[in-house]
Design a binder for this molecule. Sequence first.
Ligand SMILES: CC(=O)/C=C/C=C(C)/C=C/C1=C(C)CCCC1(C)C
Ligand SMILES: CC(/C=C/C=O)=C\C=C\C=O
Ligand SMILES: [Fe+2]
Length: 571
Amino acid sequence: MAFTTMPFTTMPSSLTNSTSSPTMLLPPISHHNNHILPPNKLIVNKPKRKLLHLTVANVASPSLPMITPPTPEEQRSGTTAGRHHHHHVAWTSISQESWEGELQVEGHIPPWLNGTYLRNGPGMWHIGDYDFRHLFDGYATVVKLRLQEGRLFAGHRQLESEAYRAAKKNQKICYREFSEVPKAANFLAYVGELASLFSGASLTDNANTGVVKLGDGRVVCLTETQKGSIVIDPETLETVGKFEYSDSLGGLIHSAHPVVTDKEFVTLLPDLVRAGYLVVRMEPGTNERRVIGRVNCRGGSSPGWVHSFPVTEHYVVVPEMPLRYCAQNLLKAEPTPLYKFEWHPQSKAFMHVMCKTSGNIVASVEVPLFVTFHFINAYEEEDEDGRVTAIIADCCEHNSDPTILDRLRLQNLRSFNGEDVLPDARVGRFRIPLDGSPYGELDAALDPNEHGKGMDMCSINPNNLGKKYRYAYACGAQRPCNFPNTLTKLDLELKKATNWHEEGAVPSEPFFVARPGATEEDDGVVISIVSEKNGEGYALLLDGSTFEEIARAKFPYGLPYGLHGCWVPKE
Ligand SMILES: CC(=O)/C=C/C=C(C)/C=C/C1=C(C)CCCC1(C)C
Ligand SMILES: CC(/C=C/C=O)=C\C=C\C=O
Ligand SMILES: [Fe+2]
């Protein structure tokens, strides 16, 4: 099969951001005997020393540089804030390009669990001496957990986006990130005179949000810019090349969360010129998106942010949030309170429902104002005669408070002082009637106290995508906290939650993998990666049904927080 990928030039094998600041190094690894050092043996290299690029390929390196801890002066230095452990390891930049090795497993990995869990996220939040502002600005770090006959082989690697390579080469940001803007000279020096800083060319391709496995087997890292679609090798985590869309639909941005199954890739392309959304579909084995239909916005002159959207078996649901893209903010030099977005409560909120096969809009209703990053799932509600009466769509809803976006500034995440500052959130359940009534409803699907009034980063059993379902897994809040800190299993039928919590731990999105042949919806495991307050970290497996721990495996280093993952089953 001929795929369109554009290879990048080879990267240098050594880490080029050998800054003048102290940086954590990871312990060396060996093929035969993987040394997992306790955290107090984590080693810190001396300023101005070159960092080793530790990969399996170079474990044979005969010697490591002499290691000394940072001086108290260096410890105090504000400019190294992104790099060492003044604050939680979840918000500390990864210090090494890549690592891989076997982890020791405590507990029992089910023998049926054979495949690789991949997780993407912004893991490096500085370049040179400059620390980034926002969680979403970080350069992508992809983590893998390869589970094989009860053993666990893990690793991580920095994604070689153009934006990351340019930043390493110039020791400066060269493309527009979520909240960061390069200096014009940096951008021009890298991209050339033809591209304007105030054009789409200046947008990042730093694919730091999610990772998906297409029906044809290709694994693609994604973010909200279309150019930030990058193919990786799921085994080595190496960057293969850009995923080039071969259609001529154009546009610069898309939803960060396409709905991907073995049969299709469905996504939304916001139209910032004629406020609306194109609903598009791409078949496995192709790079061509085809238009299913178009939704025109009903409120405001700009489309609402669509970080994600839900589908049912027959419909695509297009949310129109009053948190809207702002074309001016996209190209502004200084960050605005809501970054590239604006809150327009007077423009109202809507939900549109499009038939997947005809592209016809079968419902378009006004709903209460809402703010969400993540839809959980949706399904068709039927009456006794099997007629579809409404669409039910669930999301992690931030009590229609857009300031959640600004709460994710690194400074906030790093400055937790025991005070409860996480804004309330809930499982928002929309009911969108299909009988032509003009209004839809939005209510909490269960009492938010069940999951501690915090709620985000959700997954479901993928076999229930678009269908009536009972269970979801997400992160909730054991307060006080400044960020969701529990893993929670939601029973949306009994309206109960089961919570997993460890003091000071920051767990990433609980990802559900169904047991092959299972008949119960929650028969499977939940995978998460936990960053601990002592600087360590581990992979965690919970039983999808009892929500009890079945295994954990410590990494030799604490990992930064990560966002979304996917499962690549072993063939
Ligand atoms: C990591 C995450 O959840 C969201 C990331 C969002 C990003 C990276 C958005 C990026 C954007 C730009 C870099 C410029 C254009 C606007 C926008 C899509 C917000
Ligand atoms: C981490 C996050 C959104 C990530 C987007 O992909 C939201 C967290 C919300 C906190 O309550
Ligand atoms: Fe997301």
